[in-house]
Design a protein around this ligand. Structure first.
Ligand SMILES: Cc1cc2nc3c(=O)[nH]c(=O)nc-3n(C[C@H](O)[C@H](O)[C@H](O)COP(=O)(O)O)c2cc1C
Length: 378
């Protein structure tokens, strides 16, 4: 079946989702893209990638470069300008952030009547210095007749991370089962921190944030990706902002560090931030762990794919995700605390906790901006 005609046949739905997507991408004036009779939508790979780039990425860096090969094929590369050199020395998190894009693109493909065949590292794995020179994946869309649309498609445009305090009940075992079922974890192990483990886990999460905030270089990386005004958000359409920082419980004075880049490292501001972060952690209704049996680049991409599927499945249940990644990170300042979490969770090398995530119900968080697809094309 011709993709363009098929899309037109479901015209209203396509237009609506495009409008929502425009909003997700932080366009100043979101609105439907008009598709008149006889006009066509863009090639399927572009339509699918338009959803793909709503995927979550660490610090919302959107570290993606996309090479279009044909109407149904593309290669994904690392954007070297968008690595997190201080907090992500091996590049593990930026690869997870590639897995998320691949999976959201694949889910969107099912809505367009295609199946996505994804070949990871088609030209082999890379050393850090080679990031961006070889593709992390090649995506090929294959037209299929009668395949079901992935139910997670419905959640793509509503998904957002939330750093707000949790409200309401704890995450249930049933909810966890639904997340696991929908996430397609394969050999990745998903679980919840137990009631007995919670106090120690909370303590580790708080100490990890303090280690990061007290280290100038590590914490400066967040400052660099922080957009301090609406104008900065509009200009960059990436990074973090006061709108998405999770400001429940902040007094006006406490938000000082979010008002100007100059305030960022001031001791008082950091203290207040850590205090508020601590309270948010205390409200946590579920702490989700995602553990791979090994820690290869393939595991990183896989973890990203599983993570975003779980987050989309959570979205359908009214659950919001907030990764608390500090303790997982490989910079030397975390070398003492990281093993404490591994011991608590019974994780032994080469197994690796890839994602550690607060999961619960929150007020509606702010929407995080995206650059347009055009900005990512090579
Ligand atoms: C690998 C990875 C690590 C992340 N780590 C953190 C984290 O430590 N703290 C946090 O607040 N958000 C974290 N996030 C969430 C991102 O900041 C968030 O996805 C991004 O800002 C885009 O926002 P959105 O998910 O609402 O679209 C992480 C996301 C990914 C994919």
């Amino acid at each position: 079946m011709n993709i363009y005609r098929r899309e037109f046949a479901i015209g209203t739905g396509a237009v609506l989702t495009t409008a929502l997507f425009a909003q997700a991408c932080g366009r100043a004036k979101p609105g439907p893209r008009s598709v008149n009779a006889g006009e066509t939508l863009d090639p399927p790979i572009i339509e699918a990638l338009r959803y793909g780039i709503t995927a979550p990425s660490a610090h919302n860096t959107q570290p993606w470069r996309i090479e279009l090969i044909s109407d149904t094929e593309a290669r994904l590369f690392m954007d070297r300008e968008r690595l997190l050199a201080a907090t992500d020395p091996p590049g593990r998190q930026v690869h997870i952030s590639h897995g998320t894009l691949l999976e959201v693109t694949a889910i969107a493909a099912t809505h367009l009547g295609y199946r996505a065949e994804i070949e990871t590292f088609p030209d082999g794995e890379m050393a850090y210095e080679e990031f961006g020179t070889k593709p992390t994946a090649r995506i090929r869309l294959v037209e299929v007749e009668g395949d079901a649309v992935d139910p997670l498609f419905a959640e793509i445009l509503g998904r957002r991370s939330s750093r707000l305090s949790h409200e309401g009940p704890m995450i249930t075992e049933d909810e966890l089962s639904t997340l696991v079922e929908q996430a397609r974890p394969g050999d990745l192990q998903m679980g919840l921190v137990s009631d007995e483990q919670r106090p120690e886990a909370f303590d580790i999460v708080r100490r990890a944030m303090k280690i990061e905030a007290d280290d100038y270089e590590l914490y400066d990386e967040t400052r660099l990706w922080f957009r301090f005004s609406k104008r900065e958000v509009k200009r960059h359409r990436d990074g973090l902002s006061v709108n998405t920082a999770g400001l429940t419980g902040f007094s006006a004075g406490t938000a000082n560090m979010f008002l100007s880049s100059r305030n960022w490292h001031k001791e008082k501001n950091r203290e207040r931030y850590l205090e508020t972060f601590g309270k948010t952690v205390e409200s946590t209704r579920g702490l989700l762990t995602m553990i791979t049996p090994t820690n290869t680049m393939f595991d990183w991409l896989h973890a990203g794919r599983v993570y975003v599927r779980a987050q989309l499945a959570g979205s359908a249940l009214g659950l919001r995700f907030h990764p608390v990644s500090q303790v997982l990170q490989e910079y030397p300042q975390m070398d003492e605390l990281r093993p404490e979490l591994d011991t608590l969770l019974g994780v032994h090398s080469p197994a690796k906790v890839q994602m550690f995530v607060r999961v619960g119900r929150t007020a509606t968080p702010g929407l995080s901006p995206r650059r347009g697809l055009d900005a990512l094309l090579v």
